[in-house]
Design a protein around this ligand. Structure first.
Ligand SMILES: *[C@@H]1O[C@H](CO)[C@@H](O)[C@H](O)[C@H]1NC(C)=O
Length: 288
């Protein structure tokens, strides 16, 4: 066992590395778990690059909806590439060490790009709203400069909102342990390791979670209420189905993003209130 593991008694203010546990309790199954992860990762890379490639090649797809789709594909690529390769190397090569600064960058990328995805879904909902409820004005409202400005606003919002995460995390002292009971550097999972009053990080994380998800879900709901009202007013069943078809896949993407995101953030918080579980990983690790 050559990794530098800090025990409870070590006084340590600035760990140079953290240790990612992978999936605590399932160490024995890591190799098996890695197979679906790897397959899904490869499919996601291939699928998202295909989207970017096709939209670039096909001039008829050069419209707002497909530009937003490309932004989504790009952030999916960044998001999965900032987590999966390290996760797979934990599963396959047991390389659990991660540099402190690498951990902070990973944290920034994960939270920045998932916030961005949320913003892109709002932009897509807005695009569907304009195209279904104001079809004649769609091309004058969502012009290329407007799409570019929306994109910039989405990038700036998440880039700035998430910036305090690594800066706050960096200033906390870490003395208990440097073992993260997780497969990547999730913000709250790292904050939980600090031995100081980390309420600032916790509250700021909650503020971002609720201001981003709260606002975005609100805007998406408003858009879709209008869309559904407009669809229900269409004269024939055929027209209703056809119009609904243009936004059903978008609805699925929305559900697939928000539901896991929201619950994953809440379960991490559960651990804080459920008391300290920081010491458990020592035992698991010790068995290896
Ligand atoms: C793009 O990547 C995400 C995960 O990062 C994945 O869920 C999605 O299915 C991918 N898209 C395609 C078309 O493969």
């Amino acid at each position: 066992l050559s990794l530098p593991i800090y025990s409870n008694t070590t006084d340590l203010t600035n760990p140079s590395t953290f240790i990612l546990m992978g999936i605590p309790g399932l160490e024995a199954a890591h190799v098996w778990i890695s197979i679906p992860f790897c397959v899904i990762y490869l499919i996601a890379i291939l699928g998202n690059f295909t989207i970017l490639f096709i939209v670039k090649r096909e001039p008829s797809l050069h419209g707002p909806m497909y530009y937003f789709l490309c932004m989504l594909a790009f952030s999916d690529l960044v998001l999965s590439t900032s987590t999966l390769p390290k996760m797979l190397s934990i599963f396959w090569f047991n390389s659990r060490e991660i540099d402190f600064s690498a951990c902070l960058s990973q944290m920034y990328f994960i939270h920045c790009f998932s916030t961005m995805e949320s913003g892109i879904l709002v932009a897509m909902a807005f695009d569907r709203y304009v195209s279904i409820c104001h079809p004649l004005r769609h091309s004058t409202i969502l012009t290329s400069p407007v799409v570019a400005k929306i994109g910039l606003a989405i990038v700036l919002r998440s880039g700035i909102l998430v910036l305090p995460y690594p800066f706050l995390v960096r200033q906390w002292p870490y003395c208990r342990t440097n073992i993260i009971p997780h497969s990547y550097c999730e913000h709250i999972a790292v904050v939980n390791l600090a031995c100081a009053d980390t309420r600032m990080s916790s509250y700021y994380g909650l503020f971002v979670l609720f201001s981003v998800i709260g606002l975005d879900v609100f805007f998406i709901t408003v858009s879709y209420t209008q869309i559904i009202r407009a669809i229900l007013c269409l004269p024939t069943k055929d027209a209703r189905l056809k119009t609904f078809g243009t936004c059903s896949s978008h609805l699925c993407a929305i559900l697939a993003l928000y539901i896991p995101d929201f619950f994953s953030s809440l379960t991490h918080r559960q651990r804080i209130s459920a008391g300290s579980t920081h010491d458990e990983p020592h035992h698991l690790w010790g068995q290896n």
